[in-house]
Design a protein around this ligand. Structure first.
Ligand code: NAI
Ligand code: MG
Length: 356
């Protein structure tokens, strides 16, 4: 079966790391007898320079006609002084909205070969293996009104936390479905002692749980969750939470296992293709120097194989290949931790491909 993959390289190291992921996907196609067709679209600063828009209509069309989207990263100092509607990040927000990407999935797993890259003690993070499922298109970041107001003659401001119950239900269901294929535990994070929205979230989680009798549901208040992530991260399997809590907790969790350059993410669409991207940005400080770690993007491509195409063996093979080169001692600068022999981006890609 032929699969169409939209590739949005973006800016800075986005170009270098997506090239790596495409090479790995091509190798997978060859080895397992699949056909992947890659269509390239512009996004971010490069797109602004070319077309005047951070997300040209053509790019949206390429994505909508694809089976899955691979994204690098956008942004850079060159575009920092642009007016808001002409900033690269606008392209990113718009593609998430245009593709209705309601869930952001961020796996956090431990690599024994990288234990020295984490600021935390080995015994706390050994065997850490959980996933944060963050709601991505609702809540405080999208609620209206969001504006400066005058109340009782005083300067004031309002942001709105709005969710439809159905928006809560679909992401909590996704979390349970994922947990039932893993360690069968869902931790639903909220602030139900204070927020009405959280009380509805908690109720919804209880309702969904009835359909998954083999999955344990636990509720945790967000402030406690922030502490537990550092204190005892091994307790988690799936964490599901609303947009802002998830934004904060997923960045917190990313430091557990080491470098930004290692971590993949998947954004799940309610109706069309999913989008896969590393969690890091365009890293202008190392862009174009063959120094970027391509692993976060390559692991994002592995998630694409698993979640969009149902190719579990192929996804596993890519993850295994990454693990093998790490055990071998290959290290880009961000995970080198003092090691002097630094692996370049292109070497890392070639070695992962070879180990496939
Ligand atoms: P960043 O993630 O680009 O870089 C932070 C630090 O981590 C830098 O020192 C960088 O060299 C290093 N780093 C990041 N990815 C790496 C990799 N794969 N291999 C090795 N080292 C890596 O974040 P920063 O510097 O705050 O932002 C730079 C630009 O990226 C900004 O314009 C920002 O808006 C944009 N950005 C874009 C994102 C996206 O496209 N999803 C996400 C975050 C930032
Ligand atoms: Mg964030």
């Amino acid at each position: 079966m032929k699969r169409n993959i939209a590739v949005l390289q973006g800016d800075g190291i986005g170009r270098e790391v997506t090239r790596g992921a495409v090479e790995i996907l091509e190798a997978v196609a060859q080895r397992y007898g699949h056909e992947f067709d890659f269509q390239y679209g512009d996004i971010g600063g490069g797109a602004i320079d070319l077309t005047g828009s951070p997300l040209p209509d053509d790019t949206v069309k390429i994505c909508q006609n694809s089976d899955a989207v691979l994204l690098g990263a956008v942004g850079g100092p060159k575009w920092d002084d642009q007016p808001a509607h002409l900033r690269p990040e606008r392209g990113l927000l718009k593609i998430r909205k245009d593709l209705n990407l309601y869930a952001n999935i961020r796996p956090i797993s431990y690599y024994s070969s990288l234990s020295e890259s984490s600021p935390l003690k080995k015994e706390f993070i050994e065997d850490v293996d959980f996933v944060i499922v963050r709601e991505l298109t609702g809540g405080l970041y999208f609620g209206k009104p969001s504006e400066r107001v005058e109340r009782d003659g005083k300067e004031a401001v309002v942001d709105t936390l709005f969710y439809q119950k159905s928006e809560m239900k679909r992401i909590i269901e996704l979390a349970f479905a994922m947990a039932s294929n893993r360690k069968k535990k869902v931790t639903s994070v909220d602030k139900a002692n204070v927020l009405e929205s959280s009380r509805m979230w908690r109720e919804t989680a209880e309702e969904v749980a009835k359909d998954y009798p083999d999955v344990t549901l636990e509720h945790m208040l967000v402030d406690n969750a922030a502490m537990q992530l550092i204190k005892n991260p091994k307790q988690f399997d799936i964490i599901v939470t609303e947009n802002m809590f998830g934004d904060i907790l997923s960045d917190e969790a990313s430091v557990l296992t080491g470098s930004l350059g290692m971590l993949p993410s998947a954004s799940i669409s309610a109706e069309g293709p999913n989008l896969y991207e590393p969690i890091h940005g365009s890293a202008p400080d190392i862009a174009g120097k063959n120094l970027a770690n391509p692993i976060g993007t390559i692991l994002s491509a592995a998630s694409m194989l698993r979640l969009s195409f149902g190719l579990e063996d192929e996804a596993h093979a890519v993850e295994q290949a990454v693990e093998t080169v790490l055990e071998y001692g290959l290290r880009t600068g961000d995970i080198a931790n003092g090691q002097r022999d630094i692996t370049t981006t292109s070497e890392m890609i070639a070695e992962i491909k070879a180990s496939l």
